[in-house]
Design a protein around this ligand. Sequence first.
Ligand SMILES: [Zn+2]
Length: 303
Amino acid sequence: MERRLTMLAAGDATAAAAPNRTVKDAKHREELPGDTVRAEGASATGDAACDAAYDWLGVTFEFFDKSYGRNSIDGAGLPMISTVHYGQDYDNAFWNGEQMVYGDGDGTLFTAFTGPIDVTGHELTHGVTQYTAGLDYFGQSGALNESMSDVFGSLIKQYYKGQTADQADWLIGEGLLAASVHGVALRSMKEPGTAYDDPQLGKDPQPAHMDHFVRTSRDNGGVHINSGIPNRAFYLAAAEIGGNAWEKAGKVWYDTLTGGLSSDTDFAAFAAATVATATRLFSTGSAELTAVRNAWTGVGISS
Ligand SMILES: [Zn+2]
């Protein structure tokens, strides 16, 4: 194996950032990574899961590059790998620390996890968080980790659809619930706790305000539950600022996430950090800073 002086080959330094995607097929086994079915630049395969995974990786790459100048998940051009058709009737998608993995859903509760673009955006943002703040996946820092994935997952969908904050549905996983399920999505950032209410799935357990913070040992201390609180704070900030949410509110959250946050950051510390970021980006007395302060007050968190 060659060992070079630097990572850069001649010319690389000036090359435009471009994705390096590989989609693999687990063929319904729970084994990774599976066989390569589509590499970067190859034409569509005709397999809906494979081609959606490829496209959503591309949109996610473009979103972070164009919006925040970030070159892939690690900021250094990390190749993006997705495995589709994972397991039998597998009801989830995940980032395993190195790559994306998607189940096809059981068809009774969930449809294919490659369907909604924000599911891919959510999972890949776990990678961005892993390479930056590394928020501990437990309690409030874990709920912030989940919230970052919902925030940028939703922003990636809004960017792809060309929607402003008031046009967006602010749902996570819209289209993922099977037709018989009583619900519209996995979560709602605008109205946490209202995404579903179903005999099989139960009721959406998310609080929208600190008054209803859930203390539990389940779900790593409620990481998918209490994320409703910072999710709604982001929605409130974006709605008050208006326009494309990824441009201002998203920039405040992105710079905060990637700006040296400690891994055990709690809600109040994160809120204070977004206020500091907004002050730096938009100055004291700006409407943007006021919107960020109001957002945290609106969910009962002192910033
Ligand atoms: Zn997650």
